[in-house]
Design a protein around this ligand. Sequence first.
Ligand code: PLP
Length: 395
Amino acid sequence: MISKHIASLSQSQSLAMAQRVQQLKQQNIDVISFTLGEPDFSTPAHIKQAAQQAIADDYSHYGPVKGIPSLRTAISQQLANRGVSYTADEVIVSVGAKQALCNTIISLVSPGEEVIIPTPSWVSYSEMVKIVGGTNILVPTDPATGYKITAQQLESVITDRSKLLILCSPNNPTGTIYTREELAALVAVLERHPHIYVIADEVYHAIAYGDHPCSLATFPQLADRLILIDGVSKAYAMTGYRIGWMACHNQRILSACTVLQGQYLTCACMVAQKAAEAALTGPQQCTEQMVNEYAHRRVVILDIISTIPDVSCVVPDGAFYIFLDVSKYYGKSYNGTTITNSDEMNNFLLDEGYVACVAGSAFGEDRCIRISYATSEECIVEGMHRIKNALAKLQ
Ligand code: PLP
């Protein structure tokens, strides 16, 4: 009775794992959770005040489908500060970057058309493609290239049915960032295949530990077929406000997404939009402080990892994840149970170490587990030692 496409969807594994942690905590079990992809900081005070002010100012009615003009202007200004030029009219505000991505995929992909997704990749892209009956072309990448798709790999999977490439930088789950040269090599391939559209998911652009990440939107060759995705969730610790957006020069895509959103959303929460506007137009030190703290935690976690035998990771350049290769432990056993894949490893770490991660299988890479370090230093130290001790039990 459920439609074929919807019945084929999987539950988000990171959300499922977070629910398991919640249940254990309710039983008073002391679990350390490295599962969630969200900042552990409170939303900065001036943003919360703006939300309260918006309630007082009666932002309690329907608004424009594409979002409040002053927010779209603020987004356009922020993009300009990043070296990319989009007018306010070329921006559509949605319920999180998640909905902006889904609007784009639904608007562009017809059943049977191919969507190229380098893996490891964020859990939801391929599920969104399933919603519309598109065909996922998952392209495994290698730690040796920093888990980044190469020009040759991209060229080799392109067919006349290819419709869309989804590129995420900084990446979830690996934390790696494409350099300008790496992006240029991919753009050169895309120039030879003008039928392919590109989603650049840059929701983690503000969380980088070196230079500012280069945006794919800075390549004019892609101007008419690139959709840039961003939001306030990660940069301003505003995951629950659910505000994200797409920016795009292509009027046909913009109008398709506007019609779609008008039919099934009307508009994103008006109060949350005013809070997002305050985030973008207000002081930016809050983001800097959070990034400095992530940078410190990254050093702490990498230091501990260097003391754990037989694990490895690509050092993340951005976001707040470590994608840890634990596959050298596959085939080893404890108490009669043998670990053979990332799901079993994940369950073992939870049962034996009371530490929750997300299995790499969810991201298309079974050798790894994802550890989010968007949690306190104390939890990082305790949780990583639990992982170390649990792994040491495997013989
Ligand atoms: N894109 C990536 C790569 C993410 O990791 C996430 C959230 O985890 C999103 C998009 C969605 O973010 P939002 O909270 O804005 O919907």
